[in-house]
Each structure stands twice: as C-alpha cells, then as structure tokens.
Design a protein around this ligand. Sequence first.
Ligand code: FAD
Length: 317
Amino acid sequence: FQISFPSPCTVREALTLYYDIQGPVKQALLKHLIPYVTDAEQLAWLNNVLHKDNRAVLKALSEEHGKNLVDLLTNELSSCKIPLSDILHIVPFIQPRYYTISSSSSVHPDNVHVTISITEFEFKNGKNFTGLTSGYVTSDCINARVFVRPSSFRLPAQLSTPIVMIGPGTGLAPMRALLQERKFQQAAQKPATAPKNVLFFGCKHRNVDYIYRDELEAYQKEGVLTSYYTAFSRDTKNKVYVQNLMTQPDTAKELLSLLIDQGAYVYVCGATAMGTDVMAAFVKIFQEQNNMSAAQATAFVKELQDKGRYVQELWTA
Ligand SMILES: Cc1cc2nc3c(=O)[nH]c(=O)nc-3n(C[C@H](O)[C@H](O)[C@H](O)COP(=O)(O)OP(=O)(O)OC[C@H]3O[C@@H](n4cnc5c(N)ncnc54)[C@H](O)[C@@H]3O)c2cc1C
C-alpha cells in the first residue's frame, strides 16, 4: 500500500486534504461497506441500493440527493463500523482539478492568474452543493499543492498570422492570456499592420457574469481586438450563443477568409458541448460559404487540428 501524500500526517489532514470523502458515492465503494454494516435494516437498505435492478436508485443517491460517504456513514449507514485503515484502502484520493492559466508570462512574469467559476447549485432535495476546489479557493485559508502542465495553446510563430478565439464563460481564461501576449508582442515588434485578433465571448447576462468586461472593452478600443463578438444568452428572448454568432452571414464570410486565405489559428475553450457546437458551426461555414460537402468540411477541420491550427481545451461542468 503506497501513499501519495506527505506522511506522517494527522487523520484530520488525511481526510480533509487527500481522501475524497465528499465526492459522489460510487457502487464499488458502497460494496466495500457491506461487511461492516451491523444493523439489519441498514444492511437491507444498502443491498437494495446495490441491487442490479436499482441502478437508478444508486444514481439518484448522488445525482439527485448529493449523498457522499460522510452523509451515509452519519445517516443511512450509521451502524457501519469500518476501521480507519480499511477506509483508507477504499476511498479514492482527491483528484487534481485543472485551471487554465489566464495571464501571459511576458506581461506577468512573477505571478500566474487563473479564472475560476465557483460550482454551486442545489440538488433536487434542496441540499446546497459547492464544488470542492472552486469552493476552497474562495475560502480564507488556502493551502493547496499546485502543479503546472504545459498548455496545448500555442500562438502562431508570426504575429501577422490572425487568431480566432472562442471562449465563453471561464473559457475566456486562455484567451485573456493570448490577448495579453499578442498586445505585448505588438508593442515590442511594432508591425506596420495591426495583427488580427478575433474574439467570441458569451455569458448569460451582460450585467451579471460578463467577466473582464473592462479589459475586453479596452482591448477593443485600442484595436488589440480587431473583431469582438458577444452573446448574452439570457438577455434576449431567443437564446443566442457564440456558435450562433459565428454562422451569421457576414461573420461566416470573415471567418472563412481568416481561415482559408489568411492561415488563421483557432482556439476554443470552455464546456465540451459548446466545443462540439462550435466545430459544427465551422463545418457549416465551410459547407455553405466554400461549397464543401459535409465530409470535405469535416476533413478540413480535422486537417486544421492536425496542423495545430485548431486547438481546443474543453471540460464537462
Ligand atoms: C483542461 C481543463 C481546464 C479547465 N480550466 C478551467 C478554468 O480555467 N476555469 C474553471 O472555472 N474551470 C476549469 N476547469 C474545470 C475545473 O477543473 C473543475 O472541474 C471545476 O472547477 C469544478 O471543480 P470543483 O472541485 O469546484 O467541483 P467538484 O467538487 O469536482 O464537483 C464537480 C461536479 O461533480 C459532481 N459532484 C461532486 N461531488 C458530488 C456529490 N457528493 N454528489 C453528487 N455530485 C457530486 C457535481 O455534479 C459537481 O458539479 C477545467 C477543466 C479542465 C479539464
């Protein structure tokens, strides 16, 4: 048995910092508890939850009721007398969460910015949920181990190569870093023609969750952002998202010219579903504006990906 955290440490430290006792309960973990449940009724409840015909009950336990191991051991399975050493064998470790760096190291050489959306919602039974990491970073006392891994987002070698950024919500994080870097490069290289930086940003409400509004509007005024498209999905009667803006006729023509004639690089960041819709929007643009078949348009996007000209960083909320 190998432990992958600083040891020795107190039981409190192990259970708060390293073991995921608050995550959604999984079938495998519940099965391990069976031998330790001493109350007959509770054991029957557990066996019932684990019965192969009751998958929906198990799913609802975490997805609808937000039950974690601590909840179960203090309520439904309070008779479970499991020794600490056994708990440590069956509970998974807390997994790292990834956050995209949202600052340029040229502009901020001594620190790193991140842009974190706090995961908060209510389960069907009214229980409030706050994400483990996004909730933790807003607490007063932060003591977290941080790792850095290389980004897949690389700017084109030439400042003259246009970039198209699609980053709604916290998907804006890497775009903010790219914009800082492009502005820095522009100031250093002083090119005769301003480099093209195109951004699609979206959020629910202009006046509620429009992050970095001042910075983005300043970039637009300064001409760092040469084209800037915004979608505030809940401010309009019909929900409009970034992918809907892309396929508007004039915008589609602009995107086609940037990608086909000017060798633009595309960066997409944010929710997985958005990434799928954005790719479908590009396929549609190539079909409708460039007379490609669906297969040709899809192959073209794939080719861009292979060449590192279409890069995505997507996650499931
Ligand atoms: C490559 C990459 C880059 C990313 N970049 C960013 C970024 O720049 N900014 C950003 O804000 N996010 C980013 N993310 C997402 C981020 O890593 C986290 O997933 C997000 O912050 C949620 O983590 P959390 O610990 O706050 O929530 P968690 O505690 O992990 O909860 C996440 C979800 O798990 C479920 N869950 C957890 N516990 C329970 C339970 N007991 N019962 C039922 N359901 C449960 C819920 O559905 C909840 O919504 C990125 C992800 C990836 C993969």
